[in-house]
Write a protein that binds this ligand. Sequence first.
Ligand SMILES: [Zn+2]
Ligand SMILES: [Zn+2]
Ligand SMILES: [Zn+2]
Ligand SMILES: [Zn+2]
Ligand SMILES: [Zn+2]
Ligand SMILES: [Zn+2]
Ligand SMILES: [Zn+2]
Length: 1754
Amino acid sequence: MASELEPEVQAIDRSLLECSAEEIAGKWLQATDLTREVYQHLAHYVPKIYCRGPNPFPQKEDMLAQHVLLGPMEWYLCGEDPAFGFPKLEQANKPSHLCGRVFKVGEPTYSCRDCAVDPTCVLCMECFLGSIHRDHRYRMTTSGGGGFCDCGDTEAWKEGPYCQKHELNTSEIEEEEDPLVHLSEDVIARTYNIFAIMFRYAVEILTWEKESELPADLEMVEKSDTYYCMLFNDEVHTYEQVIYTLQKAVNCTQKEAIGFATTVDRDGRRSVRYGDFQYCEQAKSVIVRNTSRQTKPLKVQVMHSSIVAHQNFGLKLLSWLGSIIGYSDGLRRILCQVGLQEGPDGENSSLVDRLMLSDSKLWKGARSVYHQLFMSSLLMDLKYKKLFAVRFAKNYERLQSDYVTDDHDREFSVADLSVQIFTVPSLARMLITEENLMSIIIKTFMDHLRHRDAHGRFQFERYTALQAFKFRRVQSLILDLKYVLISKPTEWSDELRQKFLEGFDAFLELLKCMQGMDPITRQVGQHIEMEPEWEAAFTLQMKLTHVISMMQDWCASDEKVLIEAYKKCLAVLMQCHGGYTDGEQPITLSICGHSVETIRYCVSQEKVSIHLPVSRLLAGLHVLLSKSEVAYKFPELLPLSELSPPMLIEHPLRCLVLCAQVHAGMWRRNGFSLVNQIYYYHNVKCRREMFDKDIVMLQTGVSMMDPNHFLMIMLSRFELYQIFSTPDYGKRFSSEITHKDVVQQNNTLIEEMLYLIIMLVGERFSPGVGQVNATEEIKREIIHQLSIKPMAHSELVKSLPEDENKETGMESVIEAVAHFKKPGLTGRGMYELKPECAKEFNLYFYHFSRAEQSKAEEAQRKLKRQNREDTALPPPVLPPFCPLFASLVNILQSDVMLCIMGTILQWAVEHNGYAWSESMLQRVLHLIGMALQEEKQHLENVTEEHVVTFTFTQKISKPGEAPKNSPSILAMLETLQNAPYLEVHKDMIRWILKTFNAVKKMRESSPTSPVAETEGTIMEESSRDKDKAERKRKAEIARLRREKIMAQMSEMQRHFIDENKELFQQTLELDASTSAVLDNSPVVSDMTLTALGPTQTQVPEQRQFVTCILCQEEQEVKVESRAMVLAAFVQRSTVLSKNRSKFIQDPEKYDPLFMHPDLSCGTHTSSCGHIMHAHCWQRYFDSVQAKEQRRQQRLRLHTSYDVENGEFLCPLCECLSNTVIPLLLPPRNIFNKLNFSEQPNLTQWIRTISQQIKALQFLRKEESTPNNASTKNSENKDELQLPEGFRPDFHPKNPYSESIKEMLTTFGTATYKVGLKVHPNEEDPRVPIMCWGSCAYTIQSIERILSDEDKPLFGPLPCRLDDCLRSLTRFAAAHWTVASLSVVQGHFCKLFASLVPNDSHEELPCILDIDMFHLLVGLVLAFPALQCQDFSGISLGTGDLHIFHLVTMAHIIQILLTSCTEENGMDQENPTCEEESAVLALYKTLHQYTGSALKEIPSGWHLWRSVRAGIMPFLKCSALFFHYLNGVPSPPDIQVPGTSHFEHLCNYLSLPNNLICLFQENSEIMNSLIESWCHNSEVKRYLEGERDVIRYPRESNKLINLPEDYSSLINQASNFSCPKSGGDKSRAPTLCLVCGSLLCSQSYCCQTELEGEDVGACTAHTYSCGSGVGIFLRVRECQVLFLAGKTKGCFYSPPYLDDYGETDQGLRRGNPLHLCKERFKKIQKLWHQHSVTEEIGHAQEANQTLVGIDWQHL
Ligand SMILES: [Zn+2]
Ligand SMILES: [Zn+2]
Ligand SMILES: [Zn+2]
Ligand SMILES: [Zn+2]
Ligand SMILES: [Zn+2]
Ligand SMILES: [Zn+2]
Ligand SMILES: [Zn+2]
């Protein structure tokens, strides 16, 4: 259908192009009814431009629209050519000082933690960099799209509201200057006209709901039967469902379906079919039918094409308006005016209202276009922002209700604009006072939460999925409330007070619905059947936490408000729990002569709820009152008289008792939901408005009650009253052995109750409770966190409560309490507690979890032992209470308390069975300690007129009264001091007695007064103890010293291992596999060592014994014995590549014989160095394979290794491997037997070899031609002169054992298979080439690593590398014995011919295109195949030497030809040395052979330098190669780092120091060879500048340079758009660290097909860039990604750290991140070492979830 319509479209174009914008505008200027005129124009042209076929042509449409539709409007508006008109407007404009840049998805935004009024105030990158905040503490986030830059908004910033760009000249600030004054009357009038018409048109058409009928004034005369089947987005159906459905419904390919689905998801709608009505209707019904099965069907409409056309133009128009108002603030103001003008229908009829109110009916694309327009117009104009805010508030309820029922995410709803309006403090306050916004928000919220129980409380018990969905959406209203409250008023007007208190009332109503919700009853007998729903209630509580805190902050800022709010809160609490509820019976309790009335209530039997927000709000307000000035000056004004303390404490106490009972195991049958609730109750996210406030409420209660009464009520609620009120109950209790569980339970409850008393007295660090400030509170939190262990910054932040601005206040105090320790290469920076802060440690700190408490106790005791102090952890000195709470301390000396203490001490003294516990005693000791500290402080601060009423010391000295007649507490303590079973607590008891004495001394102010009796006994006792103690102390010291030494040693050892990880691994490996390469450097005296040639240093044969890691059997490595193998991993590599665009196109036809110097695709081999018997390995591998097959069948799981591809993990170290290398002796020694004749020189040798080659080639031809004429054959044979001693029919015997031969084939085939990515074929002639190539490539890559790290060539190499290179080289040298002799000979001939030309090889690469080291390795390793048939007496060594010399010379020529010929001004003044003149002569020869195409260079100095530098890598590689090949030890000089060792290398390699001598010595043959090399056509092309070459030395590849500041990467990525979906932002931009490409990862749009599978952009990229291995940075996540192949990958820690030495994977914390060079180097090193795959393997083994990720889709 599309093709039929195509020509028509073309035809219409022409008629449209004839339109003249100027003329049309002229006509409009004359028009009487402009609206009609314009509408007619639109009605006529819009359908001719838009929607002409099934697919949109955006560019053509835009072009035509500009020409025919928008152009006239611009002409009309300007009254002249807009090309002149707009610039004029722009010039006259006084731009606003607001930046207002609207953020793209993924764009970095910055918020200043010091100056932003709230965290929603953000800057764009440009403004940020130009602002003062870049030097402040800031946070960086990536925008989710929407929202704009707040630069220039004075209300958003406490300081520095303008960046440099938006800085205004202060003289220019004229309040609210009307921007219209800069426009002429005419322009104003015309703009008004055209804006009014166009804006109305756009609103009308976008909100149009009919599907086949246009508004009357746009209806066309003749209407075609062309419709669209329009598919709309929803958030219910998945991508896959949509794609599947579309394929069925409109018969499209999967690719097209993906395209449709992507657009629907992005724009909110997309036509999926174009045609007549019937045709579209049919598709619609299929889609609806197919998607209605799950939930509701996908939304589909069949729309007439002209409607879609007008709607498309409507959108275009809105964007156009947005850009036009950018020219002038005056135009913007006119648009605002037009938009907000009330329409004919009165209220809510302005265009802006109409758009907002139909928001939820619009599709996504339309919404975001008009939201953007609102942001750039209404929100940028200060006057209209206010008016718009009012409209928004008036419509608030409607908009929110629409949003709640709409299914789009909040960012696509107009409701989301609330953040832009409510966070502006002046607007928020205006809306509160004028529109009663607070009440509206809260009431709207309540309206949407309708599930209530009989008492009117919220009930989430059985709410449906739909309700849950709604509940989630309603929560955004709480966020709005938070925005409104986020900036506290500095001044209160009466109106504000009134409206705030009205809002507060509404808020109390809300809390009232929560008070007591989700009540629970203890389950006895059976376990509960179904876990009750609890999350919804807690979610609500959590979301409200900050709001509750902010409400309190508001109240705190005005005393009148505070007192009013307090009264209101109290009244509501009374309503909730008026009197004592539910007819609970009153009872009377009495202990020690005190008695109190209370009710009978058991937490363990009746309903109890954790949710008490009203009580807790009251507690919060009480603390604020206590802090206020009134409390100090006029306490009588406080509304305290109405309080009934027992009522206040009742419910919080029940809640705390519930926690204690849960801990005592009494609620086990209530399941996990209760455990979770208790957890959250104490959790840092909730505790501030839950647990903490319950403690405060109890403190409030105690401070207003007789402490004895309080304690009795508490005992009763803990269900412990019986135990303490009945004398000798304990004894009876302990004898009831049958109820062991009950005893245990009661013990725990007693412990918990004591703990609660400790908290009530000790927790006075909230300002208002104690006389402290907020800083001291946060300091204390940090001290206690760090008492557990040193912590990283983020860990600490997580353990501290955040305020509504996400601040913990930690930075301001951390320096005072902790030292920072920087991180190393791994790990994080850590904070350690300063030692002087340890004295503030409180073992019973109320925010410790039980686990934390015991960890902290252990850590602190250990610390004390290390400092050789006693291990008592006495309570710290506490700050005084505020006056309102002051009487609280009396609880410590109350009679009931003393009775409880006495009873427990008595149990401890009696020490009978299990009726008491050490923890109980420990807590009592702590309480006594607290009381003593308290008394001490009272005495210290006593003033003349006051009597110290706190007389704890006196009370505990007195014995118990009748009828108990128990000894005094003090006496019992003295007894316990010597109890052998209380060893741990001895130090604490001693501390108590010491403090007791000190206090007593203070009390007896007169020094002459007689020493009290008690004191005497203590002194006596302590002296009695003295000897014993002294002995003990000494023993202890000795023990500590031992411990310390041990600790030091193990610390040192660990340190050592960390530092020398590699070395340590080596030793481990040595231990394990005893790779006893019996010292490969035997003592060689001063003589020079030569690695090759006839004069090669002869090394005595060494025997080598190795142990198999699998069977532990030892075996000697011998030619004829069973094969020993090393686990090895072969992989393709582009690490050294100089040309990443090149890769093997067709592996089946690829000829790897010559490696190009760009090293574009190599084969790398590595090994962990672990040795096995070949047969042991075989057995192991078979079992792995079998196991894997079973496992896959069973679990369908991936593993970290791919068994089908021959992969396995080394059985010892779990290193990923895919083959094995056999272990061999130096193979040359086996063949290098013939060495008797005079050895030929290079010229002679080349001739001989050439003859041999010729003979071979002749014979080869013979073989290949059919045997038709034997006569002719013999004839030819005569022609052939066989060189002397050459016996081409000789076939040497293979010396290796069968098993070794088999392994040679195995490894050879593996290299071939992996290197070329082909199916294994051991017969393929390319197998030996791949083996040599891998040997050469691996050596080259190791040479690079050593050079880059400035390490000596033969320095201490890690054992595994050494083993690997040795085995690899020897293997490659021996491989020819298992290959076909003629094949290897053939390779040799061809390689040889590349340097010494002969007739039969023509298409060989020129010497510029050959990597000489690969050539050398190939020639040397193939040579034996020729030499073995040569019986003339030429030795292998001679051949090696000549080959080496020949290749070296070729390389020198290569370097000279390619050396950078730029003139070097630094001519040496010294007389030229021998080398320089020689190289200059050689260069002249070259110059001559190249026909003077080579540039002339007068200085030999420069040339010689280039040669020396260029050839070094080659020489180093060669030295490594011959060292491993022949086993000649390396000269000691090269083993140390330092100078380049050029001379030493030359000596070792049997080269003259003046390399040019090689040419001079062999000038006869070399001249002709050089000439032949230079005459190559490629060389000519290069010299003529027609092609490029690789130059030497090749530089090492590095990973790309990363910016220091991470945000510039984010910015770069936010500008990156998906290359496939036309300018769309990529969701997961990912940076290749190897080549710097940005990719659109993890997204359907950029999937491509690779080997028949759809893969993501990253995987596809690894195949071209890294031969299957990739290193990426996921920019949005700040995460390094390693990929290998399609199935393997892992995440790796990024090289970016914040100031606290931590990474931020996922960018959750938003601290500024900076590049850590060392960590980046570490990643680069992994890459250079080819360890990425291995790293992935280890990561996957360590974390199995990594295995399940579909890496290929990234
Ligand atoms: Zn900005
Ligand atoms: Zn700015
Ligand atoms: Zn700042
Ligand atoms: Zn074995
Ligand atoms: Zn291993
Ligand atoms: Zn893409
Ligand atoms: Zn790349």
